[in-house]
Design a protein around this ligand. Structure first.
Ligand SMILES: [Zn+2]
Ligand SMILES: [Zn+2]
Length: 316
């Protein structure tokens, strides 16, 4: 959708590298100590907007937007930012089988962001009833540390017949993230996470930054204005920002969301190339929201994200 190319990147597709990924902050007793994925050095980067909406429609809603979910296609390695209800159907619409999704990073556990049990069950059943592949049993789930510690209880609530276990041939790896967490997912591809401000500062919530040879993507998750956001979004090619506060109702503390002006200020401060406003209610006029973000002094591209949009490195 927009073009950002790195002139210093040398394609090295022929170099297939094998990396060993250590279990970091692993909280599940049933997991193996480590797993091994093999990925090529990435050649391309795409972002699919699978869910740009909120937890409910409003009377003003005219365009159907699903709850949060963004799929990052890193040359065929699939990473989800947030995992809301029914995400599998939207993956399918984007032409991606759930069995191909090997990495899921959840910003926080509010129900409109974290339908993880459903995702895990669907991925397992797709493996069971579908055609096994190299990725069908691979799943790394990244959660704020406190939520990772609590997740076994959630899973046990869904699967008491297994005593909260997973299955012999499918054991997702749950990775708890502390502030400043970083992991190399593939050669040159790094996921970083920082705590952000949400739920009156009491909800463990994180924003993400993905660095690749073809671009940097930042995703705020749900958050109010906080220092970590500038670090997460610094010089990003695409910033996907929570914009669920209405115009004129912005605050710097309180529950923890941003409005269009605050998103524009963040984009300006961090020097991002393109800003996607997401997670907004259909209460304010789109042009007014864009203008409000623009009035913050940000001169990059501003997009009110809608489901089905695709951002692609190297596109125009
Ligand atoms: Zn939330
Ligand atoms: Zn939310």
């Amino acid at each position: 959708m927009r073009q950002f190319s790195f002139i210093f990147f040398q394609p090295l597709r022929e170099h297939i590298l094998s990396i060993s990924v250590e279990a970091i902050g692993c909280v599940d007793n049933y997991l193996p100590n480590a797993c091994r994925f093999t990925y090529p050095i990435p050649m391309s980067l795409k972002v699919f907007a699978l869910g740009t909406g909120v937890c409910a429609d409003t009377p003003q809603t005219t365009v159907s937007r699903q709850p949060p979910g963004f799929l990052l296609d890193i040359d065929g390695m699939y990473l989800l930012f947030d995992c809301s209800e029914g995400i599998r159907f939207r993956l399918k619409n984007a032409g991606v089988d759930i069995s191909q999704v090997t990495h899921v990073a959840v910003s926080h556990a509010h129900p409109d962001h974290a339908a993880l049990p459903q995702f895990i069950q669907t991925k397992y059943c797709s493996h069971l009833f579908g055609t096994p592949s190299a990725t069908s049993t691979q799943l790394r789930i990244y959660l704020p540390a406190q939520l990772a510690r609590d997740f076994p209880h959630v899973w046990n609530w869904h699967q008491p017949e297994n005593d909260g276990r997973y299955w012999d041939d499918f054991v997702p790896k749950i990775i708890g993230m502390e502030d400043g967490f970083t992991e190399e997912l593939a050669p040159g591809v790094t996921l970083t996470a920082h705590h952000v401000y949400h739920g009156f500062g009491r909800h463990p919530a994180m924003g993400f930054r993905l660095e690749t040879p073809h671009g940097v993507i930042a995703y705020t998750g749900d958050t109010g204005v906080c220092d970590a956001l500038t670090q997460l979004a610094q010089n990003a090619h695409l910033l996907i920002a929570d914009c669920s506060t209405r115009m004129g109702q912005e605050y710097t503390s309180g529950y923890g969301h941003m409005g269009p002006r605050q998103c524009g200020e963040l984009a300006l401060r961090a020097g991002v190339k393109e800003l996607w406003l997401t997670h907004y209610f259909d209460c304010d006029a789109p042009d007014a929201m864009r203008n409000e973000a623009r009035n913050a002094g940000y001169f990059g591209t501003i997009v009110l994200a809608t489901d089905g949009m695709v951002w692609e490195s190297g596109a125009s």
